[in-house]
Design a protein around this ligand. Structure first.
Ligand code: ADP
Ligand code: GLC
Length: 493
């Protein structure tokens, strides 16, 4: 099958979160299964043109009152199979993408021209196919920045090479929709009829994700449980009605994890490797983690780890909240160590710095680091994710693979991937709670720490159970293929 992925992020080129991991890993897995996969992303300022190949001649993209001209660069996606590589195309437009930041900067979190930047990007996907004379059977768009791809296909582009092309939209995070003033609408070059029929209209604003939801042939989000949650008014971010309307075409497909990158048996970023038969390396990683964070090197103390974007979605308000929420009490009252790696909203970064100064067993590292993230997954005993909502979540799956027991709020993909500890039978792979309150977090961490000191054999068994879970992308990619097939062969009902 010929598949073109359109995304604003893809590792190793541009990443703000799990979207980037998911897009590249899915593309690679589909290529390994023998499919012809291409991927298109913007060429942001940080992506070195020197490492890419320029495709000769500029490309015109019809937007606004005329055409915007851009260059196209290409390379093979790192990690893709040599015999059938995924080709990546970079849309290079200096005015739109030649700046720091993917969606914005700390001082301007959502660039004013984002509706234009991503309208242009979505339209460029079609021009790219014409330029390389290659037409996909499936156009697979990811999140709001590429959500206009299905819209353009349905309203105008489904002709010539695209006559039989179908579109799929994956929602990685319903909390970000691309809602802008409809003053930007003219730039799409669509008519006002389409503003309503394509589903852009959102209380007099223009909602890009909503239009994608109405226009894509098939839709999915990144876990079955989140697919259900998003159809409720409580968690639908005002698009629950649109998703219920599309329910027959809307599914949940769990992300996988990249088992080459995230595997304690082979992880080259770790001081010591380990596996279920020989866990001694995990203790060495714990020692290295304590050293890295300047913690007392006591092997007997449980370590709670966290790696996260510091933003409301991740539940940090209840944990580090204005009154020091539960993290302060947890570290004050319990015999443990707590390490965090994260970056994000300034208020939270400040709280963390302040907490680190007050507690000797709490250490936070503000910033982004692949190396330290691997060390936390390997060296910690528990991994905390108190998410307010979580479409899928990758870190709980990394934790399970590394024998690090997750402590999670039972929501979205967390509820699909972790099962709760049962004190009598010892079953389960993690510790779970329902309410996003400081006391629920406090009590559940307390429960896990109690089990660590008093039910150690059960905790060790849980670690091994987690390491045996299958979160391979092969399983997920096959479900995507089923979705593509169903879009290509519409029912005759
Ligand atoms: P989201 O995409 O909502 O942030 P996910 O759990 O799907 O959540 O993915 C987050 C990804 O980003 C994971 O691969 C995680 O390890 C990584 N990550 C987040 N913050 C950091 C950080 N400060 N340093 C290193 N990796 C990080
Ligand atoms: C989003 C979600 C996260 C998910 C990731 C990849 O960023 O917040 O839960 O794992 O996308 O699909």
């Amino acid at each position: 099958m010929k598949i073109l992925m359109a995304s604003s992020e893809a590792v190793p080129y541009a990443k703000t979160g799990g979207l980037a991991d998911a897009v590249s890993a899915l593309s690679i897995t589909l290529a390994k299964l023998g499919h012809e996969v291409k991927l298109v992303i913007p060429r942001y300022y940080g992506i070195d043109r020197g490492a890419l190949t320029l495709i000769p001649e500029a490309m015109g993209v019809p937007v606004g009152g005329g055409e915007e001209w851009c260059a196209v660069y290409t390379t093979d996606l790192e990690g893709s199979p040599k015999k059938n590589p995924v080709t990546v195309y970079f849309i290079d437009h200096e005015k739109f993408f030649g700046r720091d930041g993917i969606y914005g900067t700390p001082s301007e979190p959502d660039f004013l021209d984002n509706p234009r930047r991503f309208t242009f990007f979505s339209r460029s996907v079609f021009q790219l196919c014409r330029k390389i004379d290659w037409y996909p059977e499936v156009l697979h768009a990811h999140d709001w920045p590429a959500a206009m791809v299905p819209v353009f296909l349905k309203f105008g582009e489904r002709r010539e090479g695209f006559a039989k092309t179908v579109s799929v939209l994956t929602i990685h995070n319903l909390g970000y929709q691309g809602i802008y003033s409809k003053d930007n609408y003219w730039y799409t070059r669509l008519g006002w009829n389409e503003f309503y029929t394509a589903g852009f209209e959102d209380w007099s604003m223009m909602n890009l994700l909503k239009a994608g939801i109405y226009s894509a042939d098939k839709l999915n989000t990144v876990s079955p449980n989140y697919a259900e949650e998003t159809k409720t008014s409580a968690q639908g971010f005002r698009l629950d009605g649109a998703l219920r309307y599309r329910a027959a075409d809307y599914t949940g497909i769990l992300n996988g994890i990249d088992s080459q990158l995230w595997n304690p048996k082979t992880d080259t970023l770790l001081p010591a490797k380990y596996n279920p038969k020989d866990m001694s390396g995990k203790a060495k990683n714990k020692e290295a983690l304590q050293k890295e964070y300047g913690l007392h090197p006591d092997p007997k103390l449980p370590i709670i780890g966290m790696i996260t974007r510091l933003t409301g979605q991740k539940g940090v308000g209840a944990l580090f909240g204005p009154a020091y929420g539960s993290a302060f009490s947890i570290c004050r009252d319990m015999n443990l160590q707590f390490v965090l790696l994260g970056s994000g909203e300034a208020w939270c970064e400040n709280e963390l710095q302040s907490l680190s100064g007050r507690l000797s067993n709490f250490k936070a590292r503000i910033g982004y680091s692949e190396d330290i993230s691997h060390l936390i997954e390997a060296g910690a005993d528990f991994f905390l994710m108190p998410s307010q909502y979580e479409p899928c979540g990758l870190n709980q799956m990394y934790s399970l693979a590394y024998g690090t027991v997750p402590i999670v709020r039972s929501t979205g993909g967390l509820a699909d991937t972790v099962s709760n500890f049962h004190e009598e039978t010892g079953e389960g792979t993690g510790f779970m709670f329902n309410d996003l309150t400081p006391s629920a977090i406090y009590n559940t961490v307390g429960w896990a720490v109690w089990a660590y000191y008093n039910r150690r054999p059960q905790i060790e068994a849980m670690r091994l159970r987690g390491m045996q879970q299958d979160f391979s992308w092969e399983k997920s990619a096959k479900k995507y293929l089923d979705m593509y097939e169903s879009a290509l062969t519409p029912s005759t009902k």
